[in-house]
Design a binder for this molecule. Structure first.
Ligand SMILES: *Cc1c(COP(=O)(O)O)cnc(C)c1O
Length: 236
């Protein structure tokens, strides 16, 4: 099942790259394994997957020691400052930075370890009340402000597009984020390299790739539906 799912996603990524005249190497598939057991993650690993995404520090902390250490873990969910310590030595990138205080706390934790943590700035590109992320019009100033922090490195932008049955509805948001990324790249801000665009999930990753995504975060499409205990039905 999982191998078939992975193959189907790979095929769709290939096709989207071809439609957009992009090379497959430009797009990284992140397998979003939140709520899924290590046995299933190990299966995806055996099938060749090395990039995994999780949205809870505690889950990364638990799974990390049980799985091969050449896995690249991506922190893609809302991050509280007091949880940074659980993941700072385990993840290759934090996709969800949306406040100066969070950026400063990551910088401090990375500094203690003597590392530079790649981060993405989360942008609420559709202006949804319920979503985290900074406003598109604030992105440049925000990035300038945190670019002075020497133990983090801004590598691009991330967004969680609205939930929709029709992926085409998200195309304008993906295009907007892509344009914003290009605009900020052209400013050549010191210590900032805007080469990553993390956008697109199971329902809309093909459209996201057509609009320039360099990282797509696919959960359900690889691992199947997620089941949450009632108290946590929101999916976060
Ligand atoms: C859960 C999650 C995903 C994957 O969602 P699917 O629709 O299952 O592919 C992607 N990005 C973030 C930030 C998530 O929390």
């Amino acid at each position: 099942m999982l191998r078939e799912n992975l193959a189907a996603v790979e095929q769709k990524i290939d096709a989207a790259c071809r439609r957009a005249g992009r090379s497959r190497e430009e797009v990284t598939l992140i397998a979003v394994s939140k709520t899924k057991p290590v046995e299933l993650i190990a299966e995806a690993y055996a099938a060749g997957t090395r990039e995994f995404g999780e949205n809870k520090p505690q889950e990364i902390r638990e799974k990390y020691p049980q799985l091969p250490d050449d896995i690249r873990w991506h922190m893609i969910g809302h991050l509280q400052r007091n949880k940074i310590k659980y993941i700072i030595d385990k993840v290759c990138m934090i996709h969800s930075v949306d406040s100066v205080r969070l950026a400063e706390a990551i910088d401090e934790a990375a500094g203690k370890l003597g590392i530079v943590m790649p981060i993405l700035v989360e942008v609420n590109v559709a202006g949804e009340e319920s979503k985290d992320g900074i406003r598109p019009e604030d992105a440049e100033d925000f990035i300038r402000e945190i670019s002075v922090l020497r133990n983090i490195r801004v590598e691009g932008l991330m967004t969680i597009a609205p939930f929709t049955e029709n992926a085409e509805e998200n195309r304008p948001y993906f295009r907007k984020l892509s344009n914003l990324c290009v605009d900020i790249r052209q400013k050549n801000i010191d210590n900032v390299s805007m080469h990553c665009l993390s956008m697109g999930m199971t329902g809309d990753y093909e459209v996201a790739i057509e609009e320039g995504a360099t990282m797509v975060r696919v959960g359900t499409g690889i691992f199947g539906e997620r089941f949450y205990p009632k108290a946590d039905a929101e999916g976060r």
